[in-house]
Ligand binder design. Structure first.
Ligand SMILES: NC(=O)c1ccc[n+]([C@@H]2O[C@H](COP(=O)([O-])OP(=O)(O)OC[C@H]3O[C@@H](n4cnc5c(N)ncnc54)[C@H](OP(=O)(O)O)[C@@H]3O)[C@@H](O)[C@H]2O)c1
Length: 301
């Protein structure tokens, strides 16, 4: 298997282009899942205080470090500050709590989980607290999630550091082309969440016809022609667009499959066929509509 390339972030820090996401992994099984992912070769783990499984991530890292299988500088750990943790003091406390749960002295990247348009002053206070944490060495790079262009513009007018990363919903059905053009102008790396389109199934039980991205005939055709799986084709599509990805799986064979995408190239024609899946419709709620109460979630300190 070829090694994972990196993206150079605006602060000079290198970030693996492909990592392991742990959203919706049971806290009780997260340590085991992350150990499997590390064993497959993942060197970036994406968690969040809101996932309630930072501790499991920390246990896996500690186990690997104690066993001498991993050094701190070989792993890139991302976590996120939840909206109820926004504010100056609150966000400093949130970072300290995440680091304690992860068992780390510093995080590689901390992101704001959402913009809160109705409490944008709090969102900005949270970001400024992250800037201070970065200056004090407890975070290597800072960024945001789910920001539209207008949220980024407002933040960049009023804060010192341009976010290194904006982690957003992005998959072939929702390709975020306009946002990516803005990121390119400002040196912001785009990181795709739900890179395999899982968000379109989050509420599958309530949908008449849930859209399963990996069942799209075009992906199956391209996959067959490349000797790869539809998931590998989609992840490769992201990488060729210059997008970082953090696919999640609890199955070891899929973890390995999702990593094995650096030994083939999609032709321009295949890229165009996949691009044609875009319907410009997100699976998740528009971040402009997110409030402090949209997703009730209590985070312990
Ligand atoms: N910042 C944010 O607001 C935000 C929001 C959502 C997610 N995220 C991050 O993004 C990460 C990934 O997003 P996601 O979990 O929504 O979705 P995803 O990575 O697009 O897809 C995960 C789903 O696809 C399945 N899967 C994985 N590999 C597969 C393969 N090779 N073949 C077939 N099915 C496969 C998984 O099932 P199994 O596990 O059963 O294999 C799971 O149901 C999250 O874990 C989280 O770290 C961030």
């Amino acid at each position: 298997m070829s090694s994972i390339p990196s993206f150079q972030l605006n602060s000079g820090v290198a970030m693996p282009a492909l990592g392991y996401g742990v959203f919706q992994i049971d806290p009780a099984t997260t340590c085991e899942a992350v150990c499997q992912a590390l064993d497959c070769g993942y060197r970036l783990v994406d968690t969040a205080s809101a996932y309630h499984n930072e501790q499991g991530v920390g246990e896996a890292l500690a186990r690997w470090m104690v066993e001498g299988r991993l050094t701190r500088d070989e792993i890139f750990v991302t976590s996120k500050v939840w909206v109820t943790q926004y504010g100056d003091e609150e966000t400093h406390r949130a970072v300290a709590s995440s680091l304690r749960r992860l068992g780390l002295e510093y995080a590689d990247m901390i992101l704001l989980h959402f913009p809160v348009p109705s409490a944008f002053e709090k969102t900005l206070a949270a970001y400024r607290a992250l800037e201070a944490e970065q200056a004090d060495g407890r975070i290597r790079v800072i960024g945001v999630c789910n920001f539209h262009v207008h949220h980024l513009q407002k933040l960049m007018e009023q804060c010192r550091l341009v976010p290194a990363v904006n982690q957003v919903e992005l998959h072939p059905c929702f390709n975020q082309a306009a946002l990516m053009a803005f990121h390119a102008q400002h040196g912001i790396v785009t990181q795709a969440w739900s890179p395999l389109g899982a968000v379109m199934l989050y509420d599958a039980a309530s949908l008449d016809k849930p859209r399963r991205l990996l069942d799209e005939p075009v992906l199956k055709e391209v996959a067959k022609a490349c000797g790869k799986s539809p998931a590998q084709v989609v992840l490769r599509w992201h990488i060729q667009r210059g997008v970082a990805v953090i696919p999640k799986s609890v199955h070891r064979e899929r973890m390995a499959e999702n990593l094995d995408i650096f030994d083939f190239v999609l032709s321009d024609e295949a890229m165009d066929r996949i691009n044609a899946l875009n319907c410009g419709q997100r699976g998740a709620l528009d971040p402009d509509l997110v409030t402090m109460d949209t997703y009730p979630n209590t985070i312990e300190d």
